[in-house]
Design a protein around this ligand. Structure first.
Ligand code: SF4
Length: 408
């Protein structure tokens, strides 16, 4: 990852790339692992921290690489334990990550979907999940999503994606919210951006985050979400072992065309075919995210169609009552409607849970992520501030670069 004429980002390099580079410098092989651990296990933010690497080696590496680290621009803590960070990138852009603790509020210590999601994990395991961003903005243009209003500024590089996790881990340790060096237990790629539209960089970041010499996340605890990019869903299944979530949100093509323009490129039948073909180990299942929009997709008939659409796919449905976003003309259904929708699915033998609102008081809930005050913030545009990034898509239009590889 380079920004302009700069040097490559050291944090975006794989262990094998570091090994090659250090061999070229005449260093012993163990140095690569040592360096990688500083970058991805301890989350070092500067060369100075790497005290067991010779000063002279650090200086030579510094001539060849930059060591990019996200900095905290803002931190917002919700009354429910959720924390939202707004990070500043080295080139002055902003992205957000959201920390969600589960099971810290008494009772069984577990939510219903914790038990369902964490196959292989002890049933009393506490989850600390980070929702990670993959792009600055998003080109997909879902009409109910704050990030979708921003347009795409650029892809995040592998090092920047991984660094959200490292900064969050360090901050959580500093706040006493979990054990060092890695309080986080789970990752979901559901923050700003369409992860599969930045496929190469997300895949490289997954390699860093799942590496035994890095934070060593289990693929069972990492979920990548997509709006429905069919070719990349196939690649995700072939090239990784992480879990898949699909942001479905509609039960007919005409309905989905209106709220998710990506459906015009990859309609429901094609998307669901890709889901049926997604490789799933015993017990694993796809999560279908379904944002409930009042009067748009929340009728009993939608629930019936949804059950039919996903019949035969090992799956669960996360129902997400819409979170109001300024400037977006949707509304959340009444709680009784949400329950009725869920009950209808359950009667059709579909596993369905209503996702708890998390971090609503800090605008960290699903669909609310947008770098407030940043270039794409619709509130700025409303106020007449120019928007230098890629504009949001015209209704029905698709970005020409939708199937392109990572630009970062
Ligand atoms: S819902 Fe996801 S894919 Fe759609 S605009 Fe928002 S961030 Fe992009």
């Amino acid at each position: 990852m380079r920004f302009g004429p700069g040097r490559p980002d050291l944090r975006g390099c794989s262990l094998s790339c570091l090994a090659e580079e250090l061999a070229r410098l005449g260093e012993r092989p163990y140095r690569a692992r040592q360096l990688f651990r500083w970058l991805h296990q301890k989350g070092a933010a500067s060369w100075d921290e790497m005290t067991d690497l010779p000063q002279e080696l650090r200086a030579r590496l510094g001539e060849r690489f930059d060591l990019y680290t996200l900095t905290i621009q803002e931190e917002h803590c919700s009354s429910d334990g959720t924390i939202k960070w707004k990070w500043r990138t080295v080139d002055g852009l902003f992205v957000e990550s959201v920390y969600m603790p589960h099971g810290d509020s008494g009772g069984s210590g577990l939510e219903e979907d914790d038990v369902q999601d964490d196959e292989g994990a002890p049933r009393n395991r506490r989850r600390r999940t980070l929702c990670v961003s993959s792009q600055v903005g998003c080109a997909i243009g879902c009409t109910f999503c704050m990030t979708g209003t921003m347009g795409l500024a650029r892809n995040l590089g592998p090092g920047e994606i991984a660094d959200q996790v490292h900064r969050a881990n360090r901050r959580l340790v500093g706040l006493g919210l979990g054990p060092a060096p890695r309080p986080l237990t789970n990752l979901v790629f559901m923050g700003m951006g369409e992860p599969l539209h930045n496929f190469e960089n997300v895949k490289s970041a997954l390699d860093l985050l799942l590496c035994q010499d890095g934070p060593n996340f289990s693929h069972r605890h990492v979920t990548v979400s997509t709006s429905g990019l069919v070719p990349q869903i196939r690649r995700l299944g072939e090239e990784t072992q992480v879990k898949l979530a699909v942001s479905l949100n509609a039960t007919t093509d005409s309905q989905r065309d209106r709220i998710m323009p990506v459906n015009r490129r990859y309609p429901l039948a094609e998307l669901l075919q890709a889901c049926r073909a997604f490789p799933m180990k015993q017990g694993r299942r796809i999560t279908f995210e379904y944002v409930l929009l009042r009067g748009v997709n929340d009728a009993d008939a939608d629930a019936e169609r949804l059950a039919k659409l996903i019949a035969g796919i090992p799956a669960k449905v996360n129902l997400i009552p819409y979170n109001d976003g300024p400037g977006l003309s949707f509304a959340a259904p009444e709680p009784a409607r949400v329950e009725a929708f869920r009950d209808r699915l359950v009667r059709r033998n579909v596993t369905a849970v209503v996702r708890k609102d998390r971090g609503q008081d800090i605008a960290a809930a699903c669909g609310q992520l947008a770098a407030e005050g940043g270039p794409g913030d619709p509130r700025r545009r409303k106020a007449g501030v120019e928007h230098p990034g890629n504009g949001p898509l015209a209704p029905g239009a698709l970005p020409l670069s939708l199937e392109g590889r990572g630009q970062g």
